[in-house]
Design a protein around this ligand. Sequence first.
Ligand code: ATP
Ligand code: MG
Length: 263
Amino acid sequence: MNIVSFSAIKGGVGKTTLAFNYGEWLANTGKKVLFIDLDHQCNLSQIYDIYDNEGTVGNIFKDLGKVKLHSVSENISLIAGDMRLDDIERDIENKTNKNMLLYLWLSDNYERLNLEQFDYIILDTHPDFSTATKNALIISNSIISPLTPSEHGYNAKFNLEERIKDLKDEAIDYSTRESYFTANLYYVANMVKHNTKSSRELLEAIKDEDNILAIIPEKEIFNRTTLDKKAVSEFESDQKIYTKHKKFFDEISESFNKITTII
Ligand SMILES: Nc1ncnc2c1ncn2[C@@H]1O[C@H](COP(=O)(O)OP(=O)(O)OP(=O)(O)O)[C@@H](O)[C@H]1O
Ligand SMILES: [Mg+2]
């Protein structure tokens, strides 16, 4: 099983859009995917029209309680986000094991919920470095962080890296002195435009870095995926749309393929 978090301290950079489309793409290639929506904005859950108040991720943090796995399509299940997760995070602020609750939940429920059936767990997170995000990063094998061409787009990278360094030190198993945090951090340049100064600057800044998984252009059809609740892999089966956007769809497929071989 591969556990992947989409995280960034900056908002609106494409975490949810990329998590959704990548998970759907994996499912389309026959992989079984479990989405966990750790953002109290619940955007990923809303894409699947799930507005539950019961059995949400909130229970993982409240009392290691029961959660519901929604089977949303043949290969995809989802644990719904909780609109009160920010309040719950405040309530557990003084718990010493607050960053390990998802880790504990995963090991306690692995067999009961038959989690080994999933090839991938994909976590979408809130744009911050809160307790829920730390929990996600601690259980992850990989972190994918989108970088966008904007004034502070590239600098967001250093902010995340600093905080990850602190988390790695903080999440120590005192008996072995090893950190529970073992994830590899990768970036995706997202919403890259043709011929704009900020896009050129971002591409220039990342050109020699080896942990850039993909460069995704800004495209209205990609924006539409979350609005229409239809992933790129679904649009592909519509011949008219496919023909019109073939170049972009091929590019996305190639990027997702590359991501899969690296992470
Ligand atoms: N490559 C792209 N081209 C065009 N639009 C995009 C692209 N990537 C994301 N978007 C759009 O940008 C907006 C923000 O994306 P998204 O909601 O995925 O960001 P986010 O990082 O999850 O935001 P938040 O921090 O609020 O959770 C959405 O409207 C989405 O459809
Ligand atoms: Mg989001």
